[in-house]
Design a protein around this ligand. Structure first.
Ligand code: ADP
Length: 483
C-alpha cells in the first residue's frame, strides 16, 4: 500500500471536507508490479448530489469572486504543486507507470496551466464596445458559467485536471471533479494540497470517485450543472452529449485522436526521428497526441525507418520508479492486448517488423510492451484505422502531397497532426489542408498552457489553453447602458 503525506485521506471531498468513506472500495494497481497500492471508496449517488449542492452554494452570482482573489487561488495551487513536485510525481508514477522524471515533468506542466491563467486572467475583465449601437454604451461581462463537472482520463492524471481546473477557477466556477478510476490518487493528492495551502471557499472544488457511469449520469442530468468538461474516449463523450441533451449543457469535449505524422523528402530526418521518438513514446504511447500513423515520402522511407529503428532498439522499458527507463508499462491488460492485436493484424497483412518483438516472442506476464517499429503499413490495417495507444510505430510511404493530405484526413478524428518539411509554402498548404486542431511543423510537440488546443470532427469541441481556454468556462453577458 502506498504511504504518502499527501494521501492521509483517501476519500471524496465536498463542501471543504473530506467525505465519510463508504464501505465498498475499488483497487488502484501499480501497473509496473501489479500490486494493489490503494483501496478507494466508491462515492454513493447521494454523495454526488451532495457534492453538486456544495458546489452550488459556492456559486456567488451577485457578489462574484474578485479577479485578484481568483488569481491568488491559481498562484497558490501553482506554488503548492511546484513545492510538492517530487511527491506528486512519485504518486503519479506509482499509479500510472510513466517514468519518474516524466511524471515529475507532468507536475511542472500542470503548474504551468495555473501559472498561465494567473498571469492572463485580465482577459476576462469586462470589455466596453467601441461602437454605440442603439445609442447605448455596451459592456460585455464574462460571467462564470456556474457549477461545472470535470471528468478526466488516466493518461495525464495531473495534466488534464490542471487544464480544466485552472480555467474554471479563473472564471470563478465551482467544480465537481471525477478522476479516472485507474489513477485517482494523484487527484486526491491535489485535493490535499488545495485543502492545506489554498484559501478556496468551501464547495469551490469537490471530488467524487467511483462508478463512472453513475457519476456521469448524475452530472449530465443535473440542472444545477450547466457545463461539463470531459477528456476521454469518443464513446463516453457521445454518451455525455446524449445524457446532457435534456438539460442543454455547455460541453467541452476532448475525445480520441489518430494523429498523422508526415515526413517529406526534404525534411531533416534526424530531427524528424528525434521528434517522433519524443512524441510517440511519451507515456508509453498512451496519449491522444501521440503520432498514430507515420507517412514517410517514398524517397526517404527506408533511411528514415532505419534511423528510427536504430534509436528504438536502444530504448529501455521497465519500472519507472527505479531510475532511468525510457518507457514504463501500459496501463492495464486491455491496453496491452490492444497494442498486441494491432501488431499481429499488421504483420498478418504484410507489414515488416524492423524493431521490437514478434507477437509470439512477447512476454505477456507483465504490462511492459517493447517499443516497436513496422513498415509497409496500409490504410486497411487496424493500426491505421484505430488509435493504438501504445508504443507501436506504423510507417507507410507516399509520393504525392495531395494524396498524403487526403490520407492524413482519412479518419473521423482531428486532434493533433505533424508535418516535417523544409519548404515553407508546402508546410502552409499542408497545415491548411489538414483538418486537425494542432499541426506541428517540424516539431512533435503537443499542447502547452499558452496555446489553444482541441479537436475538430469527432475529436471534440472547445479549446483548452491560451486565451480561448480561459474563455471556455464563461458566458458572455452584454449590458447596454441607456444613458
Ligand atoms: P480513457 O480510457 O482514455 O480514460 P474513458 O472515456 O474510458 O477514456 O474514460 C475517461 C474518463 O471518463 C474516466 O474518468 C472514466 O472513468 C470516465 N467515464 C467512463 N465512462 C463514463 C460515463 N459513462 N460517464 C461519465 N464518465 C465516464
Amino acid at each position: 500500500m502506498i504511504e504518502s503525506p499527501l494521501l492521509q485521506n483517501i476519500t471524496g471531498y465536498a463542501g471543504g471536507q473530506w467525505q465519510q468513506a463508504a464501505a465498498e472500495t475499488f483497487d488502484v494497481d501499480n501497473p509496473a508490479t501489479g500490486a494493489v497500492i490503494a483501496k478507494v471508496p466508491f462515492v454513493t449517488e447521494q454523495q454526488v448530489h451532495d457534492a453538486i449542492a456544495a458546489a452550488k452554494k459556492a456559486e456567488k452570482l451577485t457578489a462574484p469572486y474578485p479577479l485578484e482573489t481568483r488569481r491568488k487561488w491559481l498562484e497558490d495551487i501553482r506554488d503548492a504543486l511546484t513545492a510538492n513536485r517530487a511527491e506528486m510525481g512519485r504518486i503519479l508514477c506509482l499509479e500510472h507507470g510513466k517514468p519518474l522524471n516524466e511524471a515529475q515533468g507532468e507536475v511542472d506542466y500542470a503548474a504551468g496551466f495555473f501559472d498561465y491563467c494567473a498571469k492572463n486572467i485580465e482577459v476576462l475583465s469586462p470589455r466596453n464596445l467601441n461602437q454605440k449601437p442603439k445609442g447605448c454604451s455596451w459592456t460585455v461581462h464574462f460571467r462564470p458559467v456556474g457549477v461545472v463537472g470535470l471528468i478526466t482520463p488516466w493518461n495525464f492524471p495531473i495534466g488534464m485536471i490542471a487544464k480544466k481546473l485552472s480555467a474554471a477557477l479563473a472564471a470563478g466556477c465551482p467544480s465537481v471533479i471525477k478522476p479516472a478510476s485507474a489513477t485517482p490518487l494523484t487527484m486526491v493528492a491535489l485535493f490535499t494540497l488545495m485543502d492545506k495551502y489554498v484559501d478556496l471557499p468551501a464547495g469551490m472544488v469537490n471530488l467524487v470517485m467511483g462508478k463512472a457511469s453513475m457519476i456521469g449520469k448524475v452530472l449530465s442530468e443535473s440542472p444545477d450543472v450547466p457545463m461539463l468538461s470531459f477528456t476521454g474516449s469518443t464513446e463516453v463523450g457521445r454518451q455525455l452529449i446524449i445524457d446532457s441533451a435534456y438539460s442543454v449543457k455547455k460541453l467541452a469535449l476532448e475525445l480520441g485522436g489518430n494523429a498523422p505524422f508526415i515526413v517529406f523528402d526534404d525534411a531533416d530526418l534526424d530531427a524528424a526521428v528525434d521528434n517522433l521518438v519524443a512524441n510517440k513514446f511519451r507515456g508509453s504511447g498512451q496519449t491522444c497526441v501521440c503520432a498514430n500513423r507515420i507517412f514517410a515520402h517514398e524517397k526517404i522511407v527506408d533511411s528514415f525507418s532505419q534511423k528510427l529503428a536504430e534509436r528504438v532498439r536502444k530504448m529501455t522499458v521497465g519500472d519507472g520508479i527505479n531510475g532511468d527507463v525510457d518507457l514504463g508499462p501500459l496501463i492495464n491488460r486491455d491496453g496491452y492486448n490492444k497494442v498486441k492485436r494491432h501488431l499481429e493484424n499488421a504483420l498478418e497483412q504484410g507489414a515488416t517488423l524492423v524493431a521490437g518483438k514478434k507477437p509470439s516472442e512477447l512476454n505477456d506476464d507483465d504490462l511492459f510492451f517493447p517499443p516497436t517499429v513496422i513498415t509497409g503499413v496500409t490504410p486497411q490495417m487496424v493500426c491505421s484505422r484505430e488509435e493504438t495507444f501504445g508504443p507501436l510505430v506504423p510507417i507507410a510511404s507516399f509520393s504525392d502531397e495531395n494524396d498524403v493530405i487526403a490520407a492524413g484526413n482519412d479518419t473521423e478524428f482531428g486532434l493533433a497532426s505533424y508535418v516535417f518539411t523544409a519548404d515553407v509554402k508546402r508546410a502552409q498548404r499542408v497545415a491548411a489542408g489538414l483538418r486537425f486542431g494542432h499541426v506541428g511543423w517540424n516539431t512533435g510537440t503537443g499542447p502547452t498552457p499558452e496555446a489553444p488546443f482541441g479537436g475538430m470532427k469527432m475529436s471534440g469541441t472547445g479549446r483548452e489553453g491560451g486565451e480561448e481556454g480561459l474563455f471556455e468556462f464563461t458566458e458572455a453577458q452584454t449590458v447596454p447602458r441607456g444613458f
